[in-house]
Design a binder for this molecule. Structure first.
Ligand SMILES: [Zn+2]
Length: 286
């Protein structure tokens, strides 16, 4: 790094008792980990090979770009538009590489676990040699703005350090991160039993949570319908054994046992979506 001003200084405030974080002069704190997730899923690729850039295009990449030093912001955008004459500023390619590293790291840390698995986290971290980067952040003070909020105030000298500090904090504070059951992206559940994230998923603006829970509800209603159809058919078939009728074909006890076994198996399959529920209902009527 030749140009010292190219690094991008920023202060980060991390709440002592709550899992929240603020960048620079940011008023509203974010959940710890949310800006890291915002970064790994941000769309950087469309920003490659452009003629002109504006800093606002990076606001959706990470809060750092909104709240860092204004002089750095303009020099950064200038260096991108110049075709990176000054190699000490990060290029879009550099940001994409960082994004890929953090994305794959967070995925291996959190994607397949339902809770915090310290052993797994340790073994993933141990296999990642790049985590030893040149860091020079320092803790400036403990900032007691008011009696409610206690912040640890860090002085950080580059975007990369922002990412690193947040990563270390989510690990040491055991922040729960899990994959959304609808879109598969990692998210921080507000309630420990939430399975879906709050990202917009459909073109008309419905979130994964809205899509996911209405689907679960529809599924359970469907399962109730299947159970009802099965119960009805069970009674009807059993009656053919115990109270022989003229209209319906009578059944022996053995025939009924075979039917019962098959009906039960098919019910499980239909509930799991392995066979068509409508076909199952038709079969029950035979
Ligand atoms: Zn989702």
């Amino acid at each position: 790094m030749g140009n010292i001003n190219a690094r991008g200084y920023i202060r980060i405030h991390i709440n002592l008792f709550h899992n929240t974080i603020r960048f620079g002069s940011q008023e509203d704190a974010l959940l710890l980990g949310d800006s890291l997730l915002m970064f790994i899923y941000s769309s950087l690729k469309p920003l490659q090979s452009r003629m002109h850039y504006s800093i606002e295009e990076f606001y959706s990449v990470h809060p750092f770009f909104r709240y860092c030093d204004p002089i750095w912001k303009s020099s950064f955008v200038q260096s991108l538009s110049d075709g990176s004459k000054d190699k000490s500023f990060p290029s879009v390619e550099h940001l994409i590489r960082l994004q890929e590293k953090y994305k794959s790291l967070l995925q291996s840390l959190y994607e397949s676990s339902t809770g915090i698995d310290t052993k797994r986290i340790q073994s993933v971290l141990a296999s990642e040699g790049w985590l030893r980067t040149q860091l020079s952040y320092s803790m400036l003070s403990l900032d007691f703005e008011d009696k409610e909020q206690f912040w640890a105030d860090y002085f950080v000298s580059s975007f990369e350090e922002c990412l690193f500090i947040e990563l270390v904090e989510i690990i040491r504070r055991r922040v729960v991160i899990k994959p959304c059951r609808n879109c598969g992206k990692l998210f921080i559940p507000k309630k420990s039993n939430s399975d879906y994230c709050q990202r917009t998923y459909t073109p008309d603006g419905r979130t994964c949570a809205e899509v996911g829970y209405s689907r679960t509800f529809a599924q359970s209603v469907k399962n109730d319908e299947l159970l009802l159809a099965y119960t009805r058919a069970y009674k009807a078939h059993y009656a053919r054994v115990t109270k022989p009728r003229k209209k319906a074909r009578n059944m022996t006890r053995e025939e009924f046992q075979d039917w019962y076994r098959e009906a039960k198996e098919k019910l499980d399959k239909a509930r799991a979506g392995l066979i068509d529920p409508e076909e199952y209902k038709e079969w029950l009527k035979l």
